[in-house]
Design a protein around this ligand. Structure first.
Ligand SMILES: Cc1ncc(COP(=O)(O)O)c(C=O)c1O
Length: 374
């Protein structure tokens, strides 16, 4: 059997990784400034993470959601404390798309309505409602187009008000900082107006924090830069540092009923242990503070490079905008400088999404390599 050929691949085969260093099958070391699509939050194979998952596996790796799992409660408590979201309840699943799928479904259950407002250039995943709310016709099959979704641009309050006041919108879904699209984000004023119009129109506000959450923006959640309180917050990626886990934080005003949502694998013992390990390292090593601190250092170094038109993003969710397409530059950074970076839908943006425990010295290395290739 062959693999279903959907991924264009770089000719690199990682076989081990530690911290920010990824080693391939030939023994070549690469510096990872991409974290496998913003997934590696506390560094590859962090010793505490390895220990916690190993110990858990030696006890029990999985049982279904039909029995008690105290690790889920421990996780909900710790997540509530660290994120300052104690007035939310947690539902666990396995990926970012699944988190958004459940968020949208829950919004529709809760309001009895079915239209969604999403934003231009957004990405929410590849499952049914999530992909329909993703502004990319190429990844929407005819079956997905049955969903009712209206795409609006950021910062156009008038257009937003007209749409939401039609009264049929169950959810507004927004990536607080766009990832795949290329690091765009609307103004604080826009966020606050959107939040208050959602309340006034009994519409659920979903913050998609799959990529920008779990400390990456320099606050636990990126919406916390804007002083708003979404009704549902979706999380995945950095949450498990590579272990497949996702979830939604649901404001306590939205009530659960048995059978409303469900999953076989979501919230299993190993996923909880992985996520608890991530939270413990984020807290013990003050990694959110580190992400916030390094943003300024990164932006100062970027300001010295004339080819960079603009630096976008927050914390360690950063994008460098050039006046040329960056595919060739990314290839050269991998092959000549042994350095992984990311691209975006906006082909002029180079995405930088390293583990949150990198240092200034790593950023110095990054910019030396970048200058060499420019
Ligand atoms: C903001 C955002 N939401 C959702 C997803 C989908 O996550 P997953 O690939 O885990 O389904 C992604 C993935 O890139 C993302 O960046």
């Amino acid at each position: 059997m062959n693999l279903f050929d959907v991924y264009p691949l770089y000719d690199v085969t990682p076989v081990s990784a530690q911290g920010i260093v990824v080693t391939d099958d030939k023994g070549t070391e690469y510096l990872d400034f991409y974290g496998g699509h913003a997934v590696i939050s506390i560094g590859h194979s962090h010793p505490h993470y390895v220990k916690r998952i190993t110990e858990q596996l030696n006890k029990i790796g999985f049982y279904s959601n039909s029995v008690k799992n105290p690790l889920q409660e421990e996780l909900a408590t710790k997540l509530g404390q660290l994120s300052n979201c104690e007035n939310y309840n947690l539902f666990l699943c396995n990926s970012g798309a699944e988190a958004n799928e459940n968020a949208l479904k829950l919004a529709s259950f809760h309001t009895g309505k079915s239209r969604v407002i999403a934003f231009t250039n957004g990405f929410h995943g590849r499952t049914s409602a999530a992909v329909a709310a993703t502004d990319n016709p190429k990844i929407n099959a005819p079956i997905n187009l049955q969903q009712k979704v209206t795409f609006l641009p950021f910062n156009d309050l008038q257009a937003f008000q007209v749409e939401i006041e039609k009264g049929d919108v169950c959810a507004v879904i927004i990536e607080t900082i766009q990832g795949v699209g290329g690091l765009d984000e609307p103004s604080t004023e826009f966020y606050q107006e959107v939040a208050s119009l959602c309340k006034a129109n009994k519409t659920v506000l979903i913050a998609d924090e799959v990529q920008c959450g779990f400390g990456r923006s320099g606050k636990f959640f990126a919406f916390q830069h804007h002083d708003i309180q979404p009704d549902i917050i979706s999380v995945a990626k950095g949450m498990g540092n590579g272990f497949p886990v996702g979830g939604i934080l649901i404001h306590e005003d939205i009530k659960a009923s048995h059978g409303m949502l469900g999953t076989t694998f979501g919230g299993n013992h190993l996923a909880c242990a992985a996520t608890l390990a991530v939270l413990e390292v984020l807290e013990d090593e003050k990694l959110i503070e580190n992400a916030a601190h390094l943003e300024g250092y990164f932006k100062a170094l970027a300001a010295d490079i004339p080819q960079i038109k603009r630096v976008k993003g927050k914390g360690l969710m950063l994008g460098l905008e050039f006046d040329f397409e960056v595919a060739g530059l990314r290839k050269n950074l991998i092959h000549n400088q042994k350095l992984f970076t990311g691209g975006a839908k906006d082909k002029h943006v180079l995405r930088v999404l390293p583990a949150l425990n990198i240092t200034k010295a790593h950023l110095d290395t990054f910019f030396t390599a970048l200058k060499a290739e420019l």
